[in-house]
Design a protein. Structure first.
Length: 267
């Protein structure tokens, strides 16, 4: 009788089943891949951010997104917005923007699902019990701050503009205009970053939320329709952008370190 009091009205009592789950498929593969993928990416990004070198190719003006905007004395010609951050090892060159990007991804609706399932096992998969005894959702500290996602979206939009500026500035050679494989990689990365940012659920709500009549807001309706289509691919874009960010960074590191040269189409 006591359980009935906490059960939603009209809900049936849960059958008493001793097995932890009746699923016989390999439901644990998705959370396992997520743990491996996210852990590898975080390890790579952390190492790169604290290397403090091989982030800029001076001849072609290639700047890795992990160091943009570059704001310390170590930046040299990569400093487009001043060098007002202290030159301490603990301070990344892009210390002004990295926390917002981290917040944007951490509070993203897709990543929340991914790390709640894979790292916190809450729950690890459909029809598999929660790894914890209690569940308070996102109603308390610290998870209540997941609601800040919409503000992180605005910051991410500004950072995408800065990344776009970096990609434009990179059409550069020692003689003037230039174009190489690095440009293609930088452009692909920026296009994917915009696709991921605009496919955000908060963006979709900003575009078309709280409207009573779409017919009276044709521009917002068109934008909402566009964002809604992107939104259906939000999970894929979340992973694709992790890949394009890492590939862009690695390519610029390799060219900057002299491991191989940039493939030039126009010098
Ligand atoms: Fe994923 Fe906003 S919901 S970035």
């Amino acid at each position: 009788m006591t359980t009935t009091a906490t059960r939603p009205v009209g809900a049936q009592a849960r059958a008493s089943i001793s097995a932890r789950t009746l699923r016989t498929d390999r439901w644990w593969i998705a959370p396992l891949i997520t743990v491996i993928g996210l852990s590898a990416w975080i390890a790579y990004a952390t190492v790169r951010v604290y290397m403090h070198k091989w982030f800029f190719v001076e001849d072609y003006h290639y700047l890795t997104p992990f160091y943009s905007p570059c704001l310390t004395d170590r930046c040299g010609d990569a400093a487009e917005f001043g060098t007002f951050l202290p030159n301490w090892w603990i301070i990344p060159e892009a210390a002004l923007t990295l926390p917002f990007l981290l917040l944007f991804r951490l509070t993203c609706y897709y990543y929340r699902k991914a790390y709640y399932r894979s790292f916190w096992l809450s729950p690890p998969a459909c029809a598999v019990p929660d790894g914890h005894k209690t569940y308070s959702g996102e109603t308390r500290f610290p998870l209540i701050f997941q609601n800040a996602h919409r503000y992180a979206f605005y910051a991410a939009g500004i950072i995408s503009v800065i990344n776009t500026w970096d990609a434009i500035k990179a059409f550069h050679s020692p003689e003037g205009f230039g174009f190489g494989l690095g440009n293609l990689i930088l452009i692909l990365n920026v296009v994917m970053l915009w696709a991921y940012t605009l496919s955000c659920h908060s963006c979709r709500h900003i575009a078309g939320g709280r409207l009573k009549h779409f017919s009276r807001h044709p521009v917002r309706y068109r934008f909402w329709t566009f964002v809604s289509k992107l939104n259906t691919r939000h999970m894929q874009l979340a992973w694709i952008t992790l890949a394009t960010l890492a590939i862009t960074d690695f390519y610029i590191m390799a060219v900057s370190a002299g491991w191989f040269g940039d493939v030039r189409f126009i010098n």
